[in-house]
Write a protein that binds this ligand. Structure first.
Ligand code: URA
Length: 241
């Protein structure tokens, strides 16, 4: 990447062509055999902020759109809380195809699929990348630290040849299991507008706000509330903590 300006239509066309030619018909791993369709990602190709989840679930596999189930509704609410809509951001996942029974992504699947995500980042060039949960955070940070330790702590990085600010967050599904998690997610989300401005270089004067200290380990998950998905046994098993 040479940092040259990319026009709106050029970026949208490039992303569309990339999805059409390389993602939507992908057969790089065996998940292609069980999927209904590839869930490439959705939102604005010109977004300043990108959210990266884990993998499509049942509803995403059916609709082809990321985060349309319960966790997605929670994500919509968190975005609304900071004055953003889905169309203002770009939402993608580490895996573009649904793992059977919503099991954890396997290392070989992540390796097969990661070029798609890195290319999306290189095309969109977001100022801020919010990783949702452990899988996205470990993949994009390249570090083994779990989300309980690093959530809310921004990290300047180069991803897909693009300087960006990585901002790890708990996966929204964690708040379906542990009610205290919703408050933590809301607190971490509240910093997003300021981080976008900072990453964009709009805020150039004054000291940067302090990096929050790593949080202690997350509290033990409460029993799932009635509305939790039946297939999910615990947030921990889902890799959410
Ligand atoms: N969970 C994810 O990580 N991604 C989705 O698209 C839906 C649920």
């Amino acid at each position: 990447m040479d940092g040259a300006p990319v026009t709106r239509s050029a970026r949208a066309a490039e992303l569309e062509a990339f999805h059409r030619d390389h993602v939507l018909g992908c057969t790089r791993c065996p998940l292609s055999e069980g999927r209904t369709q590839v869930v490439a990602g959705s939102g604005s190709p010109d977004a300043r902020v990108m959210f990266v989840g884990e993998a499509p679930g049942y509803h995403e596999d059916r609709t082809g759109v990321p985060f349309v189930g319960q966790a997605g509704k929670l994500l919509d609410g968190l975005l609304e809380g900071i004055g953003l809509r889905r169309d203002d951001v770009f939402i993608a996942n580490v895996l573009k195809c649904r793992p059977p029974g919503n099991r954890d992504p396997q290392p070989a699947e992540i390796r097969s699929c990661e070029p798609h995500l890195f290319r999306q980042v290189a095309i969109i060039r977001p100022a801020l990348i919010c990783t949702l949960g452990n899988f996205a955070t470990k993949l994009l940070s390249g570090r083994p630290d779990g989300i309980s330790k690093v959530h809310g702590c921004e990290l300047p990085m180069e991803i897909g040849g693009q300087p960006t600010l990585l901002y790890p967050l708990f996966h929204p599904a964690a708040a379906l299991y542990t009610r205290a998690m919703l408050a933590t997610l809301e607190e971490d989300f509240a910093r997003i507008p300021e981080l976008i401005r900072r990453a964009d270089g709009v805020v150039s004067a004054g000291p940067a706000p302090p990096v929050p200290a790593p949080a202690p380990d997350a509290p033990s998950p409460e029993p799932p509330p009635a509305e939790a998905p039946a297939a999910a046994e615990s947030a921990e098993q889902l890799g959410l903590f």
